[in-house]
Design a protein around this ligand. Structure first.
Ligand code: NAD
Ligand code: TYD
Length: 358
């Protein structure tokens, strides 16, 4: 085995933050396999494009020939699976791709990794890790008074997205129990930060605000999410990879629950100070639109286990993380313009024009 890791989905939001940090921290070589769907963007990796420790391969995680060849060539010590269809609203409009990538794709990847791992020498088998990046959405929805999700909570996914992620988590678990493969799973709360595709709440609101468009709030805006800065998610994944106990799952969260309305108000108030409008506030652009079908009311992560067992805690508060994020979007309008042209426009038409109030 080499001092090399394979990252799938490393051209997306979290994957690219992870790969950039890994290479810039000098942690070794990364082979980055990504299909480059609408959510994958090589521009996210421009800072490391000349770096010999980053090798990019455009492929599907379900393409077994490519995966087999790549594992044979690079002999990685670990595989981190970020690749997924990740947007709940898209999973409501068109669930098929979610089943294909998140379930069938993960299965095909696991089969090739199993063949590779089986052929490793004993010591290499022990040192190898497969880390599966998942979400807190697999646990379903909480009421206002429920305790936060623990690793022991039952899976109760409510959207095609979370159901497909839950299925992939179960496959990873089964490969550990059945084949004794060295698996790790992380279930993280909502991320925000640089390179976040503007179909998700925080970057969408920043983008729409600056462009004088409506800020669409689904339902009454009371739904609660637990927000974590993406750099903290990446440091947690590095820690789990380094010290996580094989076969275990770790919840990752920011201890930072906020309603959607609070998040949108915070963004409007920050933009009012940093990019004031000629008159009025960005809050004037808030529009209430038809709710998301099956909209989960509340997610909250109990991140005690990762803190107690692995000593990991988030470095950013929401205040510091959101400052960095807004600053990044204001400084990187060209990136936003590039990803919001073309296919993105079709998505906006499909998702918002059919909602009352929009
Ligand atoms: P993203 O949609 O921004 O990126 C996904 C990446 O995967 C893209 O680069 C895309 O091109 C690639 N991809 C999609 N299908 C592929 C396939 N079949 N083969 C190879 N590559 C493919 O997603 P993200 O927000 O960066 O999420 C990454 C992972 O983290 C996902 O597994 C997601 O479920 C999980 N997660 C996300 C969040 C969040 O808040 N965004 C929170 C917790 C967990
Ligand atoms: P999102 O960023 O899509 O993440 P997730 O659905 O995975 O939590 O949405 C975050 C919250 O914001 C969720 O409760 C839905 C809500 N939302 C809106 O109110 N308006 C929007 O335009 C979007 C995209 C999301």
């Amino acid at each position: 085995m080499n001092n090399c890791i394979v990252v799938t989905g490393g051209a997306g939001f979290i994957g690219s933050n992870f790969v950039n940090a890994w290479v810039q921290l000098g942690l070794g070589k990364v082979v980055n396999l990504d299909k480059l769907t609408y959510a994958g963007n090589l521009e996210n990796l421009s800072a490391i494009q000349e770096n010999d420790n980053h090798v990019f391969v455009q492929a599907d995680i379900g393409d077994r020939e490519v995966i087999a060849e790549l594992l044979k060539t690079h002999q990685p010590k670990a595989i981190l699976n970020f690749a997924a269809e990740s947007h709940v609203d898209r999973s409501i409009h068109a669930p098929g791709e979610f089943i294909q990538t998140n379930i069938v794709g993960t299965f095909n990847l696991l089969e090739e990794v199993r063949a590779y791992w089986n052929a490793l020498a004993d010591d290499d088998q022990k040192n190898f890790r497969f880390l599966h990046v998942s979400t807190d959405e697999v646990y379903g929805s909480l009421t206002a008074s429920d305790p936060a999700f623990k690793e022991t909570n039952p899976y109760e996914p409510n959207s095609p997205y979370s159901a497909s992620k839950a299925a992939s988590d179960h496959l990873v678990r089964a490969y550990h129990h059945t084949y004794a493969m060295p698996m790790l799973t992380t279930n993280c709360s909502n991320n925000y930060g640089p390179y976040h595709f503007p179909e998700k709440l925080i970057p969408l609101v920043i983008h729409n605000a600056l462009n004088g468009k409506d800020l669409p709030i689904y339902g009454d805006g009371s739904n609660v999410r637990d927000w974590l800065y993406v750099g903290d998610h990446c440091s947690a994944i590095r820690r789990v990879l380094e010290a996580g106990k094989i076969g275990e799952t770790y919840n990752i969260g920011g201890w930072n629950e906020m309603s959607n309305l609070e998040v949108v108000h915070t963004l409007c108030d920050m933009l009012d100070k940093q990019r004031p409008k000629e008159s009025g506030s960005y809050r004037d652009q808030i529009t209430y639109v038809t709710d998301r079908p099956g909209h989960d009311q509340r997610y909250a992560i109990d991140a005690t286990k990762i803190e107690r067992e692995l000593g990991w805690k988030p470095a950013e508060t929401f205040e510091t993380g959101i400052q960095k994020t807004v600053a990044w979007y204001l400084d990187n309008q060209q990136w936003v313009d590039n990803v919001t042209s073309g296919e993105y426009q079709k998505w906006v038409g499909k998702n918002y024009q059919t909602r009352e109030g929009a």
